[in-house]
Write a protein that binds this ligand. Structure first.
Ligand code: ADP
Ligand code: MG
Length: 257
């Protein structure tokens, strides 16, 4: 029997450039995310982390470069160029789960309906099936008893856990998480990051931005330090945090301590 070919990376960001007017916010980003890999973006505010995540989710158009997305469940299948202008952006977004810092849940929908909405709308699942899956997910994150509540009855940490449940309800190929704990009281950060760690254990592929360096150290397969829209250095957490090769990385990290 022949060895299976090494699977191509799930996500390939190739020479991505993004400008806002005169301001080059992403200045030639090359980054790959392998299947089941957790890649963590770090960098000062304004370094381009959110913009990079938004280009992957097609919330921002790139000015140059390409982004290729493969299928999590079909490693042999050719990746698709999601920056091709002819692409169906809604379909691509349906393959990607996203959680932002704020405002992830619809306030007028109960928790369960928040979780099942995308499955029902985008993926045309029936109500009964979507609700069964939604309740299973809420059980997994320990919030089944909140299914019929409105989001404002939940703590910020619980809301973010529901937002994560919603993001994975459609079984996306890729998860994008943008500073999902930065609006939370410190005592609520742990429960959200524990859930991210559990998703990693279960094989999710995750590209995320965070200020939580201790989390990045424990959970990231690879840490990417962004500065002024460029990747200064990327590597396993032990390299980035304990033995950075670049002076700029060392400076950034020393300012955090
Ligand atoms: P980070 O997430 O690392 O804090 P961002 O990606 O949000 O950084 O921002 C990178 C730079 O792009 C910042 O200088 C920001 O002001 C600028 N920027 C982001 N979005 C826009 C926009 N829609 N219009 C103009 N400038 C923007
Ligand atoms: Mg940001």
């Amino acid at each position: 029997m022949s060895e299976p070919e090494a699977a191509a990376p799930l996500l390939r960001i190739l020479g991505v450039v993004k400008r806002f007017g005169e301001h080059t916010v992403l200045d030639g980003i090359d980054l790959e995310v392998g299947r089941h890999e957790v890649v963590v973006l770090i960098g000062a505010s304004g370094s381009g982390k959110s913009t990079l995540l938004k280009t992957v989710n097609l919330l921002e158009q790139v000015d140059d470069g390409r982004i290729l997305l493969g299928r999590a469940d079909a490693p042999g299948e050719a990746a698709e160029d999601i920056t091709d202008p002819r692409i169906d952006a809604d379909r691509v977004r349906g393959r990607i789960g996203v959680v932002f810092q704020h405002y992830n849940l619809f306030p007028h929908l109960r928790v369960l309906d928040n979780v099942t909405l995308a499955a029902r709308k985008v993926h045309r699942a029936g109500r009964a099936e979507a609700e069964r899956t939604g309740l299973e997910l809420l059980e997994r994150i320990g919030l089944a008893e909140k299914a019929r509540e409105y989001p404002d009855r939940l703590s910020g940490g619980q809301q973010q856990r529901v937002a994560i449940a919603r993001a994975i309800a459609t079984d996306p190929d890729l998860l994008l998480l943008d500073e999902i704990t930065s609006a939370l009281d410190p005592q609520l950060v742990g429960e959200v990051l524990d859930l991210v760690r559990e998703l990693k254990t279960q094989g999710s592929t995750i590209l995320m931005a965070t200020h939580e360096m201790s989390f990045a150290r424990r959970v990231a397969d690879r840490v990417v330090y962004l500065k002024d829209g460029r990747i200064v250095e990327s590597g396993p957490p032990a390299q980035i945090f304990d033995a950075p090769e670049r002076e700029e990385t060392r400076e950034f990290l020393s300012r955090l301590r």
